[in-house]
Design a protein. Structure first.
Length: 266
């Protein structure tokens, strides 16, 4: 069965999960969100992304409300959704359930996997973070999830009161707050103008001006820019969080910089 996996990933955890599942499921294509590629849905479709403040991230929500909704779903026999998180997926499975249903489909399977928590300001993410035990544990869970998906298991989240309210009122507020992150980001004097922050930004919200990053519209508050900086030069709320983490097994930097280069030569 051919699988297409749509994945939003800022710091590489969700991309890594997609890569692991693709490896186990066989013939699979991974598409990084946001994407301007035409959406062609295969027999098995996966949607993978991080949990932000208890909700799916804006690129996943926009994908489900836009291109996915409009796409021909007649081929789709099995749809799975996976949430990567630091602690708990909270409302994300229930919101995804509603969005996929509104788009005229139904998820057959949902699950979540705990990875490194990238929420700068809420959790300490140090350069010397021992990510190995956490990612090794995630590997075990991803292997079980791949087996269940391969067997066509059904796993649907139980009903959650207030999910409709959360979708209509709480999620837009959370996304609005995340969208203001760029206003509070700035580069300190130790910036070496390498451009890594601009290249990893999933929404291309950073431009290099006078050899320094400038944060424009479209920020989703993912912190990938701050977490990738080799000099830890990015300040958030004027403070240096000394934070550093990009999933070392996913190579998200290479994926994003290739897309960034392709976009900047258009
Ligand atoms: C702005 C922001 C909010 C987050 N909120 C949550 C949350 O509510 N619950 C949780 O368990 N993890 C939360 N996280 C952690 C991410 O969901 C987790 O690190 C995820 O695996 C990152 O995926 P990625 O590397 O594919 O971007 C948050 C991370 C960020 C940047
Ligand atoms: S990644 Fe860091 S050092 Fe490189 S341009 Fe951005 S802020 Fe400057
Ligand atoms: S500017 Fe930084 S925090 Fe905002 S979307 Fe881009 S990488 Fe994420």
């Amino acid at each position: 069965m051919k699988t297409t996996i749509y994945v939003m990933s800022a710091t590489g955890n969700s991309l890594y999960a997609a890569q692991k599942l693709a490896q186990s499921l066989g013939e699979s294509e991974i598409v990084l969100l946001p994407s301007d590629k035409p959406v062609i849905l295969t027999e098995r479709v996966g949607i993978i992304g991080p949990v932000y403040d208890g909700f799916p991230s804006p690129p996943v929500v926009n994908f489900l409300r836009g291109p996915f909704r409009q796409a021909d779903k007649s081929q789709v026999k099995y749809l799975f959704c996976l949430h990567t998180c630091g602690k708990s997926p909270t409302f994300a499975p229930h919101i995804i359930e509603k969005l996929v249903t509104e788009a005229g489909c139904a998820p057959s399977y949902q699950n979540s996997v705990r990875m490194i928590d990238t929420h700068v300001g809420m959790v300490p993410i140090r350069a010397k973070l021992d990510w190995k035990p956490i990612l090794d544990k995630a590997d075990g869970k991803l292997a079980r999830i791949a087996t269940e998906i391969g067997e066509g298991a059904l796993r649907i989240p139980s009903r959650r009161p207030l999910a409709g309210f959360a979708l209509r009122f709480l999620m837009p507020k959370a996304h609005q707050t995340q969208g203001k992150t760029g206003k509070y980001l700035s580069a300190s004097d130790v910036c070496i103008s390498c451009g890594a922050c601009a290249q990893i930004c999933p929404t291309c919200a950073i431009t290099m001006e006078k050899k320094k990053p400038r944060f424009g519209a479209g920020c989703i508050g993912c912190f990938a820019c701050l977490l990738v900086c080799p000099k830890q030069a990015l300040l958030y709320q004027m403070r240096n969080w000394q934070a550093s983490y990009i999933n070392p097994r996913s190579h998200i930097e290479t994926y994003r910089s290739t897309l960034w280069k392709a976009n900047s030569t258009k």
